[in-house]
Ligand binder design. Structure first.
Ligand code: ZN
Ligand code: ZN
Length: 371
C-alpha cells in the first residue's frame, strides 16, 4: 500500500485560503497543463499531477472544501469520487492504447509441479511429464485464417485499431482513444476464421515432455524449459515452461540442505560396549561405528553420504544420531544382573547429580536463548 503524505490543498494549487472557485479552477488548469502526463511522463511529475488533481477535487466542491477548511475528513477519507476518476480517465484514455495492437503476441509461461523422492533428488532423474498447453494451430499454422487467407483491414477504424473521442474536462477538451470494438484493437478483421482455432492461431493440446532433473534439487527449485510454455495469440512465440520440484518426505532420512539426518536406536549395553551397525543410506548399506561409551544424542557423521550439492557438486554428510535405549520390563534375572553391575561400579541407588551446563542438551538450550 502506498502511503501518501498529507499536504495542504491550497499550497498544492498555489492559491490563498480565500481564493474564489474561479481562481482555484484557473490555478488547477495552469498546473494541469504543465504536469499533464502526455507532456511530462516522468513518474514524479505524474505523482504531482495526481496530487493537484486530488486537491482540486476537494477545493472545487463547496461542501468538501468547507469540510476540509474545518479540518474534516473529506480531506483524505472520502477518497476519489466519480469526478476524480472521470478526470483521470480523460487523461489516461482508459488504458492508453496507441495504434493497432499486434495480432501475434508472445505466449505465457507455464508452471508444473513434479514430485521426486529423496533418492531422485540426490542423484537426479529423468521424467516424462504431461502438460496441457497451447500450441500453434496445425490447420492455419497460426494465421487464424482459413485456406491461407489474410486478415483484412478493419472498415470501422481503417486499420488504426482505436476509436478516438473528444471528452470535455476542466482543463478543456481532451482527446481519448479506446480499442476499436469492431476489430478488438487489431486494426484488421479475419473474415473467414480457421475452424480449428476460431481465428486465435493456437489450440490447446496435451504434450509429453521429457525433463532432466539434475542431482541435488530440493523443494521450490524450478527448472526452466525455454520455449516449452504456451504459444501466444496468433501463433506468437511460446513462453517458458517451469518445472517446480516438490520433494517427498523420506521414511527415516531428514534433509537439511546437503546434510541428511537419521536416528539410530542402540541398546544400553551396545552403547556401553561399542558396536558396528549397518544402516541403509541413499547409497545402500553403510557401516556405522558406535564407539564404546557412546552417549544418547551423540551424532556420528558419515562423510559424503548426504545430498548432492546442486551447484558446486560433491556430497554432504549423513549424520546418524544415536539414541540409547534404556531397557524396560526387566526380568528378575536381568534386574539382579543390573544391581550387581551397579554394585561393581560402586553406584548407589538414587545416584544422580545435577550436571553443570557445560555441554549436552543444556548448552544447546542455553545457546538457543543467548544467540
Ligand atoms: Zn487455426
Ligand atoms: Zn477496427
Amino acid at each position: 500500500m502506498k502511503v501518501h503524505k498529507l499536504s495542504d490543498h491550497y499550497q498544492t494549487l498555489g492559491v490563498s485560503r480565500e481564493a474564489s472557485a474561479d481562481e482555484i479552477k484557473k490555478a488547477y488548469r495552469k498546473l494541469a497543463r504543465e504536469l499533464h502526463p502526455d507532456v511530462n511522463p516522468d513518474p514524479a511529475v505524474q505523482d504531482k499531477f495526481k496530487e493537484i488533481t486530488a486537491a482540486y477535487e476537494v477545493l472545487s466542491d463547496s461542501q468538501k472544501r468547507q469540510s476540509y477548511d474545518m479540518g474534516g475528513s473529506a480531506f483524505g477519507g472520502g477518497g476519489f469520487g466519480g469526478g476524480f476518476s472521470d478526470i483521470m480517465d480523460a487523461f489516461f484514455g482508459g488504458g492508453g492504447s496507441r495504434g493497432p495492437r499486434p495480432r501475434m503476441r508472445a505466449g505465457q509461461d507455464s508452471l508444473i509441479r513434479v514430485q521426486v523422492d529423496l533418492h531422485e533428488a540426490c542423484f537426479g532423474t529423468e521424467r516424462e511429464i504431461t502438460v496441457e498447453s497451447a500450441v500453434v494451430c496445425p490447420k492455419c499454422t497460426g494465421s487464424g485464417c482459413i485456406d491461407g487467407g489474410q486478415p483484412s483491414t478493419c472498415a470501422v477504424c481503417r486499420g488504426r485499431g482505436e476509436s478516438q473521442q473528444v471528452v470535455r474536462s476542466v482543463i478543456g477538451q481532451v482527446m481519448t482513444s479506446r480499442p476499436c470494438n469492431a476489430c478488438g484493437g487489431y486494426g484488421s478483421v479475419i473474415q473467414n476464421p480457421c475452424r480449428e482455432c476460431a481465428g486465435e492461431g493456437r489450440v490447446r493440446s496435451r504434450q509429453n515432455i521429457q525433463v532432466k532433473i539434475p542431482a541435488g534439487v530440493e523443494t521450490g527449485n524450478r527448472i526452466q524449459l525455454s520455449g516449452r510454455g504456451e504459444v501466444g495469440h496468433g501463433g506468437g512465440p511460446a513462453g517458458d515452461l517451469y518445472v517446480e520440484i516438490v520433494e517427498i518426505d523420506h521414511d527415516y532420512l531428514i534433509r537439511e540442505g546437503d546434510t541428511l539426518h537419521m536416528s539410530l536406536s542402540v541398546s544400553m549395553s551396545a552403547a556401553a560396549i561399542g558396536t558396528t551397525v549397518t544402516v541403509e543410506s541413499l547409497d545402500g548399506p553403510v557401516e556405522v561405528n558406535v564407539k564404546a561409551g557412546t552417549q544418547s544424542g551423540t551424532p556420528i557423521a558419515i562423510k559424503g553420504k548426504g545430498m548432492t550439492r546442486l551447484r558446486h557438486g560433491g556430497r554432504g554428510d549423513l549424520v546418524v544420531h544415536v539414541e540409547v535405549q534404556t531397557p524396560t520390563k526387566l526380568s528378575r534375572e536381568e534386574e539382579e544382573l543390573l544391581k550387581k553391575f551397579a554394585d561393581l561400579r560402586g553406584e548407589k541407588s538414587g545416584d544422580a547429580h545435577v550436571k553443570n551446563p557445560d555441554g549436552g542438551i543444556f548448552s544447546k538450550i542455553k545457546g538457543a536463548f543467548t544467540k
